[in-house]
Write a protein that binds this ligand. Structure first.
Ligand SMILES: [Zn+2]
Length: 180
């Protein structure tokens, strides 16, 4: 059984960014996630960064938009590339509070984003990995190669608060469903 359809290799301490920078940008993504939660959306937030500048920030808004496509990652990519002739984001880093789903990972690779940083691991995805082949569970310091493009991955930045926000949201939602 081939677990990874995308060829993977591991990087050897090639980090040019600092841990503090990653935590700083993840805090901004977390602030977006909290805004989503306050609007009864699943609390996931993302920011897109180039040269240490935040170019776009967004949160999940599937309920308000009535579409499963309104994930935070898709929204930050679209807000930068829409109307631009150059849609390639090869000098950009995307920060997101939860490990991207397959749709968003596909969009991140298609947009040629150079670096992905995420907070919490998607526990549901681990179950998928156990059941099916070809689902990519992302690891820290992983590089995904897709044709001529390489995406470096840093996982687990502010994992605890990113994960706690989601767990808390679902717990409260279950409680309110039990009461109704
Ligand atoms: Zn997604």
């Amino acid at each position: 059984m081939q677990r990874h359809k995308i060829k993977t290799i591991f990087s050897l301490n090639m980090k040019t960014h600092t841990h503090n920078q990653d935590e700083h940008f993840m805090q901004l993504a977390l602030a977006q996630a909290k805004m989503a939660g306050a609007q009864n959306e699943i609390p996931i937030g993302a920011v897109l960064v180039k040269d240490n500048q935040v170019l776009a920030s967004a949160h999940n808004s599937c309920e308000a938009d009535h579409t499963p496509l309104s994930h935070a990652e898709i929204k930050v990519i679209q807000s930068i590339t829409r109307g631009q002739s150059n849609w390639r984001l090869n000098e950009h880093s995307l920060y997101v509070t939860l490990e991207p789903c397959l749709m968003c990972l596909g969009a991140i690779l298609q947009a040629r984003v150079s670096r992905l940083v995420f907070g919490a691991y998607d526990q549901k995805k681990k179950e998928l990995v156990a059941d099916r082949s070809g689902i990519v569970g992302l690891n820290d310091q992983q590089i995904l190669h897709d044709n001529n493009h390489a995406l470096s991955v840093t996982a687990g930045v502010l994992e605890e608060p990113c994960s706690a926000l989601l767990k808390d949201f679902f717990k409260k939602r279950r409680q309110s469903q039990d009461q109704s």
